[in-house]
Every structure is written in structure tokens, then in C-alpha cells.
Design a protein around this ligand. Structure first.
Ligand SMILES: Cc1ncc(COP(=O)(O)O)c(C=O)c1O
Length: 387
């Protein structure tokens, strides 16, 4: 992330969506909690230019949608009540019965399950592809392929996809591309500028920032796509509660410094872990040893708070024991919050194209706001306890 980008976006987020100062105006808009919206004339109930019901959002939601558009230079955003519902909304906006969907092998597990175990009931055929397939994806595109789903770096194992190569093949065949961009928070990867049609976020992570809410956002590159996604959102009844919308918008104010702290800690720990006793591979794309480092360096402007590593010559029980020895890293799912977290990945790892063997049990670390020295000591004592 260059300092220039950093400052301009950071300044925008600090000043974004604030009421005009008067005589003692709060710095942020308040929360309008409403299901019913009242009208003083019955004729206005069915006007298409007015918001008719709480599920359709509020001014606060409009401001949050504008913040996501500013983040990724999108044409429109739809908000949902979780990252997973944002992913399923994006997919449902693009597919119909009889369609073929291409899904990266390292997609977030519940998205994989949604495609393979739910969409299949409606005659939508999901084919899993190797995240490193690049331009080879053209051989998988069929006449009925409507959507290619990307996630880069992939969940748990952090393969980086050649987004421009996949997009070029998709565009040549008029196939829509959508990416789960949660890892980068839209700060270190701008997929819409690489030609991707839809970028999806779990706002639960960095934008919530405090592990106390769930939210999702679907950002579209064009107005037409944004209308399509929003229409599907309304048909499915998705909404984000006003309280959560408020917290996510507040999260935008500080997301960049929080992200940068965690990004820097993650890289420091990844470098330190390389070559330690008991450590096999370190799966962080900013490391030159990562097989996709060059693609990452071309398309990304920085890292993120989360990466994985394997334990050398150890088994899944050792991974559990290692995590149980950690004192500062909490044991729990998610990332982007203020506290560091660790999980062992084996039980949820599903790979059909890339294989399940990564040379040892995989541990995923998510860095929070703690001092990186303290986190490093924590990892060191837990690694020492293994020997
Ligand atoms: C890459 C990715 N996408 C989507 C999600 C789902 O987000 P949520 O927990 O907000 O439903 C997660 C959650 O861990 C994730 O890691």
C-alpha cells in the first residue's frame, strides 16, 4: 500500500458521511431503527422513488454503501447480514437453472458447500478448478458457464490467482467473474480495476474490527450489475440491521491503521517462522518463497493480517497441542478483529484439485492489535513445547 493511497483513502474515510456541523452536532449520523416507515399521504405508499420499508435500508445504509463503493471504485453496493450471505447473494444474482459455475478449489468452505450442496438442487452444476489454473480456465468454460468464482489468496492455504488471465478468458466468452475479496479488505487488492465484475466482502472482519458483529457487502463494477444484485437482494429479503450498519461505517474510520498494524505483524511473524524448528512451509504470498509471490507482487499492493504455516514432521494432534499451548492467540474462527486468533485447518480442509497434502498439519494465524514481539514470544514458547 503506498503512502499516497493510504493517506487519501484514510482521509476520505475519516471525513466520510458526517452530518453538517451546527450548534453541537454529533460527529456521526445516528441510528434510525425502523421496520415501518410512516407516510402522511396514502398516495405515497407505492411510490417507486421513495424507500417504503425498513428492509430497504436508511440514509445510514446509503452512506455505508457509498463507503464500499469508494473503497473499490464500484458503481453500487448491496449490504447483507453476513459475509456468507453476501457470497450467496452475488452467486444467486448471476446463475439460473441449467447453468455451469466454476469455483476455485480454495474458496471459503461454506461457499463451496453452498454451491455443491444447495445450488445443485436447482440444477446448477458447480465445477471446482485449480486456483493456479490461470488462462487454462478457458478449457473449462462451457456454453452454459455463467459465473467464475475467485478467491485470492484462497482460504486456509493462500494460493494467489492470476486474476487478469482468468478475467480475459471470462470476458472473451461473456462469463461473469466474482471474487471474495475479504482477505485484502479492498485495501491491497482492487479487483474491479482488474476487470472483475463483482467484489464481495465479509465486513465482519476488518470493517467490524472488534469481532462483535456480522455483515457483508457486494460491490459491483457497473450500474447494471449493481441493479441486478440489488434486485436479487430485495427478492431474497436480505438486509443489514441499522445498528450493525452503524458499527461497520464507524469501522471505516479506523480500518486503514488497524489493517496496517495487523498486516505488518503478520509479515513479521511469517518471516520469523520461516526456518524455525518444527516449521515446514509458511503460506504467506508476500514471502519470496511462496509459489505465487510474483503474481501477488504484480497485482497486490500489500498483505493482510492472516496467513498459515505447516508443522514439520508433526500430525494433527500436534497441531491441536500447539494451539492449546498458545497464551495470547485466542482459539476461534475469523480475523480482522483486535485480538489475534489461531486455528488448525485439517478438519475443514476440502481440496479436490490441489490435493490435501501440504507437507504437515496447517495452522492459520490471524494477527490483531497486540505487540508483535509478544505474539512472537507466544509462538516461540508453543513451538518449543512441541519438541
Ligand atoms: C474469505 C471469507 N469469505 C467469507 C466469509 C464469511 O463471512 P461471515 O463470517 O461474515 O459470514 C469468511 C469468514 O470467515 C471468510 O473468511
Amino acid at each position: 500500500m503506498s503512502d499516497n493511497d493510504d493517506i487519501s483513502l484514510q482521509t476520505r474515510f475519516a471525513h466520510f458521511s458526517r452530518p453538517k456541523a451546527g450548534l453541537g452536532t454529533p460527529v456521526n449520523y445516528g441510528i434510525d431503527r425502523a421496520s415501518t416507515l410512516l407516510f402522511d399521504r396514502a398516495e405515497d405508499l407505492y411510490r417507486s422513488d421513495l424507500r417504503g420499508y425498513g428492509r430497504h435500508g436508511s440514509e445510514l445504509h446509503d452512506n455505508l454503501e457509498a463507503a464500499f463503493c469508494a473503497l473499490e471504485n464500484g458503481a453500487g453496493t448491496s449490504l447483507t447480514s453476513s459475509g456468507l450471505s453476501a457470497c450467496s447473494l452475488a452467486i444467486l444474482s448471476c446463475v439460473k437453472a441449467g447453468d455451469h459455475l466454476l469455483l476455485t478449489d480454495s474458496a471459503y468452505g461454506p461457499v463451496r458447500s453452498f454451491c455443491l450442496n444447495y445450488l445443485n438442487r436447482f440444477g446448477i452444476d458447480t465445477e471446482i478448478y485449480d486456483p493456479r489454473i490461470g488462462a487454462g480456465i478457458k478449457d473449462l468454460i462451457r456454453p452454459n458457464t455463467t459465473l467464475i468464482w475467485l478467491e485470492s489468496p484462497g482460504s486456509l492455504t493462500f494460493e494467489v490467482q492470476d486474476i487478469p488471465a482468468v478475467v480475459a478468458c471470462a470476458q472473451a466468452q461473456k462469463v461473469i467473474t466474482a471474487i471474495d475479496n475479504t482477505w485484502s479488505a479492498g485495501l491491497t487488492l482492487k479487483p474491479l480495476s482488474l476487470g472483475v465484475d463483482i467484489s464481495v466482502h465479509s465486513a465482519t472482519k476488518y470493517f467490524g474490527g472488534h469481532s462483535d458483529l456480522l455483515a457483508g457487502a457486494v460491490i459491483s463494477q457497473t450500474k447494471a450489475m449493481a441493479r441486478k444484485v440489488n434486485q436479487t437482494r430485495r427478492q431474497l429479503g436480505h438486509s443489514l440491521s441499522p445498528d450493525d450498519a452503524y458499527q461497520v461505517l464507524r469501522g471505516f474510520r479506523t480500518v486503514i491503521p488497524r489493517f496496517r498494524h495487523a498486516e505488518s505483524s503478520a509479515l513479521t511473524l511469517a518471516k520469523w517462522l520461516e526456518g524455525r524448528t518444527n516449521v515446514g512451509r509458511v503460506l504467506h504470498p508476500a514471502l519470496p518463497s511462496h509459489p505465487d509471490h510474483n503474481i501477488w507482487a504484480r497485482d497486490f499492493s500489500g498483505g493482510a493480517c492472516i496467513f498459515s504455516f505447516t508443522l514439520k514432521g508433526k500430525n494433527e494432534d500436534d497441531a491441536v497441542s500447539f494451539i492449546n499451548h498458545l497464551k495470547l492467540f485466542g482459539i476461534g474462527y475469523s480475523y480482522g478483529g483486535f485480538e489475534s486468533l489461531a486455528i488448525h485447518c485439517g478438519p475443514q480442509l476440502r481440496r479436490s484439485q490441489t490435493g490435501q497434502d501440504f507437507g504437515g498439519p496447517i495452522i492459520r494465524l490471524a494477527c490483531g492489535m497486540e505487540s508483535v514481539n509478544n505474539l512472537q514470544h507466544d509462538l516461540e514458547q508453543a513451538l518449543n513445547a512441541l519438541t
